[in-house]
Design a protein around this ligand. Sequence first.
Ligand code: GLU
Length: 488
Amino acid sequence: MSDNKGEVVVRMAPSPTGYLHVGSARTAIFNYLFARHHGGKFIIRMEDTDTERSSEEMTTAILDALRWLNIDWDGEIFHQSQRFDIYRQYAEKLYEMGKAYYCYCSPDELDAKRKQAQAERRPYRYDRKCLHLTREEKQKLDDAGVPKALRIKTPLEGIGSFNDIVYGELTRDFTELDDWIIMRSNRKCTYNFSCVVDDHLMGITHIIRGNDHITNTFKQITVYNAFGWEPPKFAHIPLILGKDRHKISKRHGAVSVTDYKKKGILPEALFNFLALLGWSPGDEREIMGREELIKAFSLKRVSATNPIFDSVKLEWMNSEYIRRMDDNELLDKVRWVLIDAGLTTRLSVESHWHYMLKIVALMKERVRTLNDFPRLARFFFTDNFDYDEKGDKKHFKTPEVADRLNALRDKLSGLNKTFEINEIEKAVRGLAEKLNIKPALLIHPTRLALTGLTFGPGLFELMELLGKEKCLSRLDRAIDYIKNKFRT
Ligand code: GLU
């Protein structure tokens, strides 16, 4: 039994049958923020009783994803697969208390009854046939080795209700429930029963989970009542929807935390974004760090309407986190993406850390995800890039451009080896003036020549960073390219 008197204890209870879905990650975050806000405990319980669908690989993948999000939990992780005996003991206790009874009906028989109910268009409920067996009848069935499942006696009429922290009072007509099975004939207990036993033994004070569990909650409350245990408080949170207002699923693209990691989203940004899906601090704040979220979090401000997953907003938030991140810390993350893209090596990054820091500092204002770095900063690492097609049409459009670039090349080659930003700018602007053209007519083709792109960081800054030699050779390449294009 738990000794957490008066303290908040919450849990996340994932079924390890797949990667951590963003919806489950948000549930974890709400539980985590609630626990930390109240100085309580956050427990993880793996609901891995479905041995066919659960795997160790998925269990570790879920824990890795939580760790990546920097969500830490208290104590050891519970695995339901190691607790079958405990659930069995409690199921038998309920039987001894006269609150449960054995059912010998065969699956075929039950199926036939279910079909009949369907045909008669009435809700199916177990008809309690086995509740009325005599002692002798039961003995006979036991002697014959007929398999039996344990059913809980539920109230047959009246209204069940509980006060949900998000939805307020929720009610269900007891006639909608039936004497459901708490222990199957193989003596394994079912989810709704095991869940209650665990939540009780672990001293869970608040159950924060998706609103797809509301029906389960009504069933679970009958178990609390049968044992005479006080149920915890419940907060059911509305599910996340996609832009099309359907429950977010694989159809919407990325749905697991790992997918977002692969897309170059920072864990801090995803954490912040998910915390604000269906909860708000009650003011305009959006970029909120972990401590700030912990301080502000309250279940009372969880909205009862379904939040919409807006990936554009997530990317915006991510760009804010990138922009605000310390350059060293950012480079530490960006380097892996650059290495994966084949643009550099570990050794090269280490050897040129200070140079790399400058690239990161220059690019961080302009990226939305870590994956934008190899795409938008590629030209810092290789000469092997094509010219953007539209840019080519727009900025390399006459043979004259080659002449202008040639004039620039000559001017730049006369500059110092230090190739300092102010000198570069003076050279470019000076040449534009001399040629009597707008600086833009020189700046755009030069950018395209040096980077292959039509946008990016300030041209003079990136030129300084590229260095004189690279700038000259890339201008040469572009001059040849343009000349070739117009050769008749
Ligand atoms: N294992 C359940 C799920 O993954 C969670 C149940 C609960 O939070 O009570 O949906």
